[in-house]
Write a protein of this length. Sequence first.
Length: 97
Amino acid sequence: MPKTFYEDQKVIWEITFYSDQKKKFPVDPDTIEFHLKKPDGTTDEAIPAANGEVGSGKWKAEYVLDQYGTWEWRWFTDDPRIVAQGEIWVVKDNVDD
């Protein structure tokens, strides 16, 4: 079951990239992208930012959720090639403006 958030909530995705499968050696890849697929099928990109010292491999991306439904997210790096993905559920605002 995907993690649940609320419409208009800011979400922060955090990740640590490693250069090895045993996850002993953190790495800052040359290229890092973070993509979101919204419930209406459109895609957007959040700009990843370092979340620690250079070389720590720690990165984050933040985004304000502006639609309710299932969102898909995906980290993608190059050199080394790393992919992580998943989905979250966004609940509709229950208060009329």
